[in-house]
Design a protein around this ligand. Structure first.
Ligand code: AMP
Length: 294
């Protein structure tokens, strides 16, 4: 499984990445962690990154792309990975596409954790308190002032990636305002639905038809009425297996006050899978368009 976790600081990317690591035995690649290690070890990269990180600026694309490229070449990558904190800009995403193509690696999905911005400061404060309680060193960029800058950077430089991956039909959005447990469950559910992981107890027991039906029961939640309609249409055009594909339901995140899409590319076989993907692609695009309008 090869994933990207996308979301602002405090969205819970690190927490969810660790859970995925434990469940699927894949590697978490956090550019933030790698850079902090480089700063601590005072390597040339660390020395270049130190001040930028401390004031909440991004480290130059070239540096992080180099770090990721080297890391992807290592043998422990073969079981899969989760990119956490990378890519963070459109040029980084384009460079990653190139790298993956060159290395013959296929990305399964980009999971966006959508959160209410007003909750982020509280979350980061909670993280600081927990780190202090564990006797760990607190990140110097976890202050309200620096957080404000990191958030502004996220909005201007990283948020365009939502459109980028939605266009490429890779984007799956999860309501990150739910409890940690709920978010984990939702991520696992959508990963099963797109076939990135085996559904619990699924593969061995289920005959192909049953597998398709199982996928059918899983619901897709594209944002907005139109998107939901698009997803609902999918089964009609996909024949038998297609009935197993996406169904759309609308879900509003009350806390966030924003619509949250949890798009699932459903369907386990042939056409169904393609149709499901198509539906989600459309749904994702609509989410992006909606945001652009806002
Ligand atoms: P994080 O741990 O992901 O919050 O990252 C901490 C800091 O490391 C960020 O504020 C940036 O200064 C730097 N950083 C991490 N990942 C990247 C990236 N992909 N591109 C540029 N800077 C990064």
């Amino acid at each position: 499984m090869r994933l990207i976790l996308l979301g602002p600081p405090g969205a819970g990317k690190g927490t969810q990445a660790q859970r995925l690591v434990q469940k699927y035995g894949i590697i978490q690649l956090s550019t933030g962690e790698m850079l902090r290690a480089a700063v601590a070890a005072e390597t040339p990269v660390g020395l270049q990154a130190k001040d930028l990180m401390a004031n909440g600026s991004l480290v130059p694309d070239k540096i992080v792309i180099g770090i990721i490229s080297d890391r992807l070449d290592q043998p422990d990558m073969k079981n899969g990975f989760i990119l956490d904190g990378f890519p963070r800009t459109v040029p980084q995403a384009a460079a990653l596409d190139e790298l993956l193509k060159k290395k013959h690696i296929k990305l399964d999905a980009v999971v966006e954790l959508r959160v209410n911005e007003s909750a982020l400061l509280d979350r980061v404060e909670a993280r600081v308190a927990e780190m202090r309680a564990r006797g760990e060193e607190v990140r110097i960029d976890d202050t309200p002032e620096v957080l404000a800058k990191r958030l502004a950077n996220y909005r201007t430089l990283t948020e365009p990636l939502i459109h980028y991956y939605s266009e490429r039909r890779k984007l799956l959005t999860v309501d990150g305002m739910m409890t940690i447990e709920h978010v984990t469950r939702e991520i696992n559910r959508i990963l099963s639905a797109i076939g990135a992981v085996e559904p619990k107890g699924g593969a061995k027991a289920a005959a192909p038809a049953r597998k398709a039906m199982k996928a059918a029961r899983k619901t897709a939640r594209p944002a907005g009425k139109k998107a939901a309609k698009t997803a609902r249409k999918a089964p009609k055009t996909a024949g038998k297996a297609g009935k197993a594909a996406s169904r759309g339901v609308k879900k509003a995140s009350k806390k966030a006050g924003r619509k949250v899409a949890s798009a699932v590319r459903g369907g386990k076989a042939g056409k169904a899978k393609k149709t499901g993907k198509k539906a989600v692609g459309k749904a994702s695009k609509k989410v992006t368009k909606k945001r652009a309008k806002r």
